[in-house]
Design a binder for this molecule. Structure first.
Ligand SMILES: Cc1cc2nc3c(=O)[nH]c(=O)nc-3n(C[C@H](O)[C@H](O)[C@H](O)COP(=O)(O)OP(=O)(O)OC[C@H]3O[C@@H](n4cnc5c(N)ncnc54)[C@H](O)[C@@H]3O)c2cc1C
Length: 499
């Protein structure tokens, strides 16, 4: 095959994965990232002696990352190391219940004794749920993930209608399937909130999304030693070794086209460059809207790919340690279904959100000065609306409600102990990463809207334009966007080998 030249727009994990996979397949690859560093939402901030991982904090499915390094003939362990995190999650409830999730069966069983009712029944319900989740993961992994299926028709072609009906929990909702399997309300809330991994609602996502706990229970929950950003640095090192041309502070302002083909890109400042293939790691809607200037009619085809949630991302450095917190914590809303409805159906800020709280010094003391704590608080909130109805003052008011909840449940006098802070709203997230309406996980998983599918990897309009990242199948979260980069490369290679 003649080496063909590819431009990748965006150096998030999806773009880096596509660049590595294409380079490993023999392509000449130029990657353009508007920021001065790679990683996209996998980002870091050093401030007043604290180091905050601004984006992802949970690393799962290491095998997907290992596959990427193997494509380049390398070993992941030579680029970054992983430490397992235990307990996986600590779960706090307003009634005082605290329940940890453990991978180890004996520890998990002991935790269940904290719940009212019969511990043996809770244990059996959990085992039955995990068996169902494992079966969902196995079947979804074999097709949707490993084959890179790109929509309902490919799904049906791969699985066949009868297998789809028999083996895949395609309806009803995730929450409905959980309710059938657990009697305890706390366990229901915990397993519903696994939908956090894709920023959607357990009341709207398809049942098969209940495969997500298996990602943790069977394959572990990990921390990237030294800080999550070492993952981006490891991938950057590999890209440079492979001879991928990395252009930082390189803002792509247009994709150039002629008829049904794209011909290259234009950079801010006007420089034009020609390429045989363009892969956009910018989300699909902003790519068509801002880089190609497509009509409202064309963009209407993407209405079903609504953005996943955004977040209020609060990073706090405190002058004391909060011993109640584990590395990963969830503080549940008193009415989680109301929280889901408020955020995902009404598009409003929640009064009482479920909070995800990270205290990384439990695994890595280097993230804060001695005797101090480093705390990330992330309530999921709606993406930006077209009418801008949520104001900055509304976000500040939510911050106060969040801090009240933190002080009440796990961090007494938190406000008094804050010595440094970073505060990001959906407006900041959109500005920093150009994500669609400030989404943090790409496209929402919603049975009614999109049957759980994200946008396809190949453009329906331009024959040599492709996409990767959280707005593309299989969706958001670090392992999934890494997979999207590998699978888009496979599609490009397959197309060129047929030509
Ligand atoms: C607060 C937060 C917490 C999260 N927690 C987790 C977690 O615990 N675990 C997990 O697995 N995932 C988590 N995620 C989700 C995860 O970070 C994302 O799914 C993933 O990193 C997205 O990668 P991406 O390649 O799709 O996009 P991005 O990371 O958004 O990368 C896109 C890149 O393209 C660049 N770009 C866009 N337009 C242009 C242009 N025109 N020209 C040049 N460059 C451009 C952007 O600057 C950006 O660098 C979290 C995200 C956030 C924000």
């Amino acid at each position: 095959m003649q080496a063909s030249r590819v431009a990748i727009i965006g150096g998030g994990l999806g773009g880096m994965s596509a660049a590595i996979s294409l380079r490993a397949a023999g392509y000449e690859v130029d990657l353009f990232e508007k920021n001065a560093h790679l990683g996209g939402k996998l980002n870091v901030l050093a401030q007043d002696g604290f180091t905050f991982d601004l984006g992802p904090s949970i690393f799962t499915l290491p095998q997907i990352f290992q596959d990427l390094f193997q494509r380049a003939g390398k070993k992941m362990e030579d680029y970054f190391q992983l430490d397992s995190v235990t307990p996986h999650w600590r779960n706090f409830f307003e009634d005082g219940l605290t329940l940890d999730l453990f991978e180890e069966p004996d520890l998990m069983r002991q935790e269940l004794a904290k719940l009212p009712g019969n511990t043996e029944q809770h244990w059996q319900e959990l085992q039955n749920f995990l068996a169902y989740a494992r079966q969902q993961y196995k079947v979804i992994d074999s097709g949707y993930l490993q084959e890179g299926l790109d929509g309902l028709w490919e799904f049906i072609r791969h699985y066949g209608l009868s297998r789809l009906g028999r083996e895949i929990d395609y309806r009803p909702t995730m929450a409905g399937s959980i309710e059938k399997r657990f009697t305890d309300p706390a366990l229901r809330s915990i397993f519903e909130y696994f939908i956090k991994y894709v920023g959607s609602s357990a009341l709207a996502a398809p049942g098969y999304m209940n495969m997500m706990p298996i990602i943790q229970f069977d394959y572990g929950l990990w921390y990237v030693r030294g800080g999550m950003y070492h993952l981006a640095e490891g991938l950057e090192k590999l890209m440079r070794e492979m001879g991928i041309n990395i252009h930082l502070s390189a803002d792509v302002t247009a994709i150039n086209r002629q008829g049904k083909k794209v011909t290259g890109i234009t950079l801010a400042g006007g420089q034009q460059r020609s390429y045989d293939t363009v892969v956009s790691n910018m989300e699909v809607v902003p790519t068509y809207q801002k880089l190609l200037g497509e009509s409202e009619k064309f963009l209407g085809k993407f209405d079903k790919f609504e953005p996943a949630c955004s977040g209020l991302v609060i990073h706090l450095g405190t002058d004391c340690i909060y011993p109640k917190l584990a590395h990963h914590n969830f503080i549940y809303s008193q009415n989680q279904h109301k929280h889901f409805k408020t955020v995902f159906e009404k598009g409003q800020l929640p009064d009482d959100p479920t909070l995800y709280v990270v205290a990384p010094t439990r695994t890595d003391p280097s993230k804060a000065p001695e005797g101090c704590d480093n705390i990330k608080i992330l309530p999921h909130i709606p993406p930006l609306s077209d009418d801008g109805s949520i104001t900055h003052e509304d976000y500040l008011a939510l911050r106060e409600r969040v801090l009240d909840k933190m002080e009440r449940i796990c961090c007494p006098d938190l406000r008094k102990h804050i010595v440094t802070e970073d505060f990001l709203t959906p407006v900041d997230i959109e500005r920093m990463y150009r994500s669609h309406k400030g989404s943090i996980y790409g496209v929402v998983s919603d049975w009614k809207l999109n049957r759980g599918f994200k946008a396809p990897k190949t453009s329906s309009k331009y024959e040599n334009l492709y996409f990767c990242g959280g707005s593309i199948n299989p969706g958001g979260g670090m392992p999934m966007v890494i997979l999207s980069g590998q699978k888009v490369a496979d599609r490009i290679v397959a197309k060129h080998s047929q030509a």
